[in-house]
Design a protein around this ligand. Structure first.
Ligand SMILES: O=C(O)C1=C[C@@H](OP(=O)(O)O)[C@@H](O)[C@H](O)C1
Ligand SMILES: C=C(OP(=O)(O)O)C(=O)O
Length: 425
């Protein structure tokens, strides 16, 4: 695909589609609750539509009238195995959370996904779930999908210190803990997105969080709710970057989810000297409006506990750093190597192909700025976030075309990305 290049003056207001993490969870919580769950602003992108299909296959009645989605809960015990494998496509969140949901179901399931999913590590979820009494194994004794999972209706609780900072692992264990008998204690390596904890409370469950320590006693029965999904800050991040970098821009993004566990990019942009303003803050819904203006950026150091708060935004933060004055160092981000692709390698290879000066490290990147970007051929590596970041990079190129291969990957989280961006030209 030929990307839009040589852009000036982005102006306008837009809203981004619903949050991916909350959309997945809204289907899952709706399914395992008693009663009806109504979901507004559900993300209609490949990953979340895939989750919806899987729960239909598990026997959960789900209606989509094009506006709202209605899930009729069957409870954990009401899930039934389909004849065929459950295919999560490209979605790590789906496969890992699903393992926790199914861990207490006394049936055998096969969970599989695309080429990328078949390379992503699953021991992080399988080992603690097996300790609780489930039986999960990967392909040919490995930790990779297809996964065979046999659940256990008498799961034990677990006391577990997470070896990685991962909301997916934490959430899988919380879904299993809700079905076990007794108190589970989960201690995080670093605080990660807390949508699962928030939704356990919203759906009438009990959970105690004290810093990095989470306590939950099972079994618990949840009750269906109305979920209003805010816009996804991880999608807004591409417009934040575009507005900061393109001269003479003022862009407003409305209804963006601003959970503290997700808003690290706002802190980083401000620390780099970027002009980003929050208004219309809705504390109950944890959302607000962002207004971003073109800014002169400076390089900074990014590492430690902020990393999980911006993990999916690092590709676009790396792009910002290529245009900032001085050096930016990103560390403690080794988890990037096990995302849809190795994002440290992909960002380094593709932005350097356009003229950036990035050195990959074991746990991040060192980026020298500012560098002018030039025309070239790049690839998304089949990773939606790399594809969208490269389109924002191309907006800065003025000496010729930028061609992107595997551009269709953006439909994983944001099918209308290119059209929405065009409304700002
Ligand atoms: O729980 C979630 O919804 C997610 C958690 C993160 O993954 P990890 O838990 O693997 O860090 C994130 O990268 C992913 O996009 C969504
Ligand atoms: C890492 C991501 O998603 P997942 O792990 O669900 O594939 C992402 O959306 O950036």
């Amino acid at each position: 695909m030929k990307l839009t290049t040589n852009c000036s003056g982005l102006n306008g207001s837009l809203s981004v589609p619903g949050d991916k993490s909350i959309s997945h969870r809204s289907i899952m919580f709706g399914a395992v609750s008693q009663g009806t769950t109504t979901i507004h602003n559900f993300l209609r992108a490949d990953d979340c539509l895939g989750t919806m299909e899987i729960f239909k296959q598990l026997g959960v009645p789900i209606e989509d009238d094009g506006e709202t989605i209605t899930v009729t809960g069957v409870g954990f015990a009401g899930l039934t195995p389909p004849e065929t494998a459950l295919d999560v496509g490209n979605s790590g969140t789906t496969i890992r959370l699903l393992m926790g949901v199914l861990a207490g179901s006394p049936h055998t399931y096969t969970l599989t996904g695309d080429e990328s999913i078949q390379k992503r590590p699953m021991n992080r979820v399988m080992l603690p779930l097996n300790e609780m009494g489930a039986a999960c194994s990967g392909k040919d004794g490995s930790e990779f999908p297809p996964i065979t999972l046999t659940g256990n209706s008498a799961l034990s609780p677990i006391s577990y210190q997470l070896p990685v900072a991962s909301a997916q692992v934490k959430s899988a264990l919380l879904f299993a803990a809700l079905q076990s008998t007794g108190e589970s204690v989960i201690i995080e390596k670093a605080p990660t997105r807390d949508h699962t904890e928030e939704m356990i409370r919203q759906f009438g469950g009990r959970i105690a969080v004290d810093g990095k320590e989470i306590r939950l006693s099972g079994p618990q029965q949840l009750t269906g709710q109305t979920v209003i999904v805010p816009g996804d800050i991880s999608s807004a991040a591409f417009f934040i970057a575009a507005a900061l970098l393109i001269p003479d821009s003022v862009v407003t993004v409305t209804n963006v989810g601003l959970s503290h566990s997700r808003s690290g990019i706002i802190d980083v942009v401000r620390q780099m000297g970027g002009d980003i303003e929050i208004s219309d803050q809705d504390d109950k819904n944890q959302s607000g409006t962002l207004t971003i203006r073109t800014s002169q950026l400076n390089g900074i150091e990014i590492g430690g506990d902020i990393i999980p708060r911006l993990i999916d935004e690092i590709p676009v933060i790396a792009l910002l750093a290529t245009q900032a004055k001085g050096r930016t160092v990103i560390r403690d981000a080794e988890e990037l190597k096990v995302k849809e692709t190795d994002r440290i390698a992909a960002v380094t290879e593709e932005l350097n192909a356009l003229g950036a000066r990035i050195t990959a490290t074991d746990d991040g990147m060192i980026i020298e700025g500012a560098t002018a970007l030039h025309s070239g051929r790049v690839s998304s590596h089949g990773d939606h976030r790399i594809g969208m970041m490269l389109q924002i990079a191309a907006l800065l190129v003025s000496d010729g075309p930028v061609a992107l291969s595997k551009a269709e990957a953006v439909s994983v989280s944001y099918p209308d990305f290119f059209q929405d961006l065009a409304t700002l030209f």
